[in-house]
Write a protein that binds this ligand. Structure first.
Ligand code: FAD
Length: 454
C-alpha cells in the first residue's frame, strides 16, 4: 500500500471548498494535521482572543474529522517528524500570504513534495496584475481588475473522508490550554459560534439583510453587517462560497457587500507586496512623524484600551472589543482615528492592541486598515482628514450602542449621550475628555506640519 499524504491545516478550518483536502482525499489515504506553532510567526503569535476561537474551531473540525491529528511545535519540524512517521513526502496545503507562512512554505517545499492550493481568497493575489504585468497598490483599479476574474470558481463540495487514517498519535486540544481560565475574560464571547457550521449559519442569517447593507453597515446600533470576519479569518468558510451565496441572493445589489469581501483580498495583495506593511509606514515620509511618547502618552493609551477617553463612541467601541472580541467597522475607524489623531499615538501601538484583542485579527486586514486610517498607507486618504468622533456618533445614530457599552451613560438621551461633557451632564463615574476636539485637531495638524509628507 502506498504511504498516505498529509493535509496541513492552518487558517482553512473547513471541509467544504477546501482544495487541499479534496486533492489529498482523491489520492487515497491521508492524514489531516493542525500544528499549533508558537515559533514560526516570531513576534506575531496569535493573540488571546484568537486562541479562544481556535480552540472552539478545532473542536468543531475534530467533531466532523475525528482523525484530525493535533501537534504542537515548529511547523517545519513537526511536518518533518510526521512525514517520517508515515513514510511520506507529499503534503497538501492551502496557500497563505503572511510572511512567516510564505517563508516556511518555501522551506518545506525545498524538502518535501508540497502542493499549495488556492481557496482562501477570491483570486490568488499574485494573479491580479496591471496591463504592464505589475502589481496594483490602489484599491479601485485593483478591484476592477479583480472583477474581470469574477465570479470565483464554484465551491468544491466536502470530499469523501473515509481515507483519513486513524490511530496516528495526537495531542489533545485541552492540553493546549487555549482557553483563558484565571481570569476567564471570554464570557462575553459566547454569542459566537466558531466552526464551519457556525460560519454557514452566520452567512444564512445575514443574507436577508444584504439589500440593506449599503446603509445599515454604518449603523453600530443595528446588526446590518455579516459578522463573518473571524469565520473568514480562520477559513471556516471560503470567500468564494460567500460570493456565490450573496450573488445568488441579491444579484447586482450584492455589490457593496462583495466589495468589502474584496477589501480582504486587497489587504492580502498589500502584504504579499510589502511583507512588513503592518509595521512599516506605506509612505516613508511619515517615518519622521512626531508621535507622542512617554508617561502622558502611555496614560492616554491605557485610557483608550480601557474605554475611558471621555469620548462615548470611542469608549463604547473599545469596551465592545474587550468584552466580545469584536468591534463594529465604523467604530473601529473612529476609535483608531482617535488614537492616532486626537492622542497622536503611533498607529502601530493600536494595531498591536487590536492584534491581541480581536477575534478576527488578521495580519493583512488589520495592518492595512490601521495604515488607511492613519493616512500612512499606500492607498490612504490624507492624514489631515481628521474624523470628529462626536459628530460621527450623532451621524451614525450610535446612541443605543453607546448606552449598551457605556452603562454610566445609559440614562442619557440624544444629543447628550454623544457628548455629555459638552452639555454638562457627565456622570461623575464617566471620565472627562482626554483632550477637546478642536485642541486635538490643532495639535495633530501642527505635528503634521513638521513632517514632509509630500
Ligand atoms: C482599524 C481597523 C482594523 C481592522 N482590523 C481588521 C482585522 O484585523 N481583521 C479583519 O477581518 N478586518 C479588520 N478590519 C476591517 C473591518 O472592520 C472588519 O472586517 C469588519 O468590521 C468585520 O465585520 P463583518 O464581518 O460584519 O464585516 P462585513 O461588513 O459584513 O464585511 C464582510 C467581510 O468583508 C471583509 N471586510 C470588510 N471590511 C473590510 C476592510 N475594511 N478590510 C478588509 N476586509 C474587510 C471581512 O472579511 C468581513 O467579514 C479593520 C478595520 C479597521 C478600521
Amino acid at each position: 500500500m502506498s504511504s498516505p499524504t498529509i493535509v496541513w491545516f492552518r487558517q482553512d478550518l473547513r471541509l467544504q471548498d477546501q482544495a487541499a483536502l479534496v486533492a489529498a482525499a482523491s489520492e487515497g489515504a491521508f492524514v489531516p494535521v493542525y500544528i499549533l506553532d508558537d515559533d514560526t510567526p516570531g513576534d506575531r503569535l496569535m493573540g488571546g482572543a484568537q486562541r479562544w476561537w481556535l480552540h472552539h474551531s478545532l473542536e468543531r473540525l475534530k467533531a466532523v474529522l475525528p482523525n484530525l491529528v493535533l501537534r504542537r511545535g515548529n511547523s517545519m519540524a513537526e511536518l518533518a517528524q510526521l512525514a517520517a512517521e508515515l513514510g511520506t513526502t507529499r503534503i497538501h496545503a492551502i496557500r497563505h500570504y503572511e510572511p512567516w507562512w510564505r517563508s516556511v512554505e518555501s522551506e518545506i517545499a525545498s524538502e518535501f513534495d508540497l502542493v499549495l492550493h488556492g481557496g482562501n481568497h477570491l483570486a490568488l493575489p499574485e494573479t491580479i496584475l496591471t496591463g504592464a504585468g505589475t502589481r496594483y497598490k490602489v484599491f479601485t483599479p485593483w478591484w476592477r481588475a479583480l472583477l474581470e476574474k469574477m465570479p470565483p470558481a464554484k465551491p468544491l463540495p466536502a470530499p469523501d473522508l473515509s481515507g483519513a487514517v486513524s490511530g496516528i498519535p495526537s495531542d489533545t486540544l485541552e492540553d493546549w490550554q487555549l482557553l483563558p481560565s484565571k481570569p476567564d475574560w471570554s464570557t462575553g464571547f459566547n454569542d459566537w459560534t466558531p466552526g464551519e457550521e457556525g460560519a454557514r449559519a452566520a452567512l444564512k442569517a445575514f443574507l436577508p439583510k444584504l439589500r440593506g447593507y449599503d446603509t445599515d453597515r454604518n449603523l453600530p446600533s443595528t446588526i446590518g453587517v455579516s459578522r463573518l470576519s473571524p469565520h473568514l479569518h480562520f477559513g471556516e468558510i471560503s470567500p468564494a462560497t460567500v460570493w456565490h451565496f450573496a450573488a445568488r441572493e441579491a444579484g447586482k445589489e450584492a455589490e457593496p457587500f462583495l466589495r468589502e469581501i474584496g477589501w480582504r483580498d486587497y489587504a492580502t495583495n498589500l502584504i504579499d507586496q510589502f511583507p512588513d506593511y503592518p509595521q512599516q509606514n506605506g509612505k516613508p515620509a511619515y517615518d519622521s512623524f512626531p508621535w507622542r511618547s512617554g508617561p502622558d502618552a502611555d496614560r492616554d493609551f491605557v485610557a483608550w484600551t480601557k474605554g475611558r477617553t471621555g469620548y462615548p463612541i470611542v469608549d463604547a467601541g473599545m469596551r465592545e472589543l474587550w468584552a466580545t472580541g469584536f468591534m463594529h467597522n465604523r467604530v473601529r475607524m473612529i476609535a483608531a482615528s482617535f488614537l492616532i489623531k486626537h492622542l497622536l499615538i503611533d498607529w502601530r501601538r493600536g494595531e498591536r492592541w487590536f492584534w491581541d484583542t480581536l477575534l478576527d485579527a488578521d495580519y493583512g486586514a488589520n495592518g492595512s486598515n490601521w495604515q488607511w486610517v492613519a493616512g500612512t498607507g499606500v492607498d490612504a486618504p490624507m492624514f489631515s482628514r481628521i474624523m470628529a468622533p462626536l459628530s460621527q456618533s450623532e451621524k451614525f445614530d450610535a446612541g443605543a450602542y453607546v448606552r449598551k457599552w457605556v452603562p454610566e451613560l445609559a440614562a442619557l438621551s440624544a444629543p447628550y449621550v454623544h457628548d455629555p461633557d459638552e452639555y454638562g451632564v457627565r456622570p461623575v463615574a464617566y471620565p472627562r475628555k482626554a483632550i477637546g476636539h478642536r485642541a486635538a485637531r490643532d495639535r495633530a495638524l501642527a505635528a503634521l506640519s513638521h513632517t514632509r509628507t509630500g
